[in-house]
Unconditional design. Structure first.
Length: 122
């Protein structure tokens, strides 16, 4: 019986680190100024990596960040190939991550509930 491979998770972690380093130190595109890599998922065959991107500034900033990442895809893939020395660098797909926005909205709602509960106690 074949054991499950943890290689996709290891490659995802390496990719996340390499892309975050690129954003922090090498990206010159102003659309990437506030971009954040929130998650990377790699397929079992290591052929495709889905990179979730968020950005400070809401929906428009997130969309610009994803567009900027798509524009930098080829250059980024070349950098990753050089740095990580993988036999095959996965095809990079970029998606906007709405998780931070959802978390912020949940915090707002919880704050409203707390204020309402405190108002009822008074």
């Amino acid at each position: 019986m074949r054991r499950p491979s943890h290689r996709p998770e290891r490659v995802a972690a390496l990719l996340r680190e390499a892309i975050a380093e690129y954003l922090a130190n090498r990206a010159k595109d102003p659309r990437l100024r506030d971009a954040i890599v929130t998650h990377v998922e790699v397929t079992r065959d290591l052929a495709v990596a889905t990179v979730r991107i968020s950005a400070i500034g809401g929906h428009d900033a997130r969309r610009r960040a994803v567009d900027g990442m798509e524009h930098a895809r080829g250059h980024l893939r070349t950098q990753i190939a050089r740095e990580l020395q993988l036999k095959q660098v996965p095809t990079l797909r970029f998606e906007a991550d709405h998780g931070l926005e959802h978390a912020q909205r949940i915090e707002e709602l919880l704050g409203e509930l707390r204020r309402d509960a405190e108002g009822e106690e008074a």
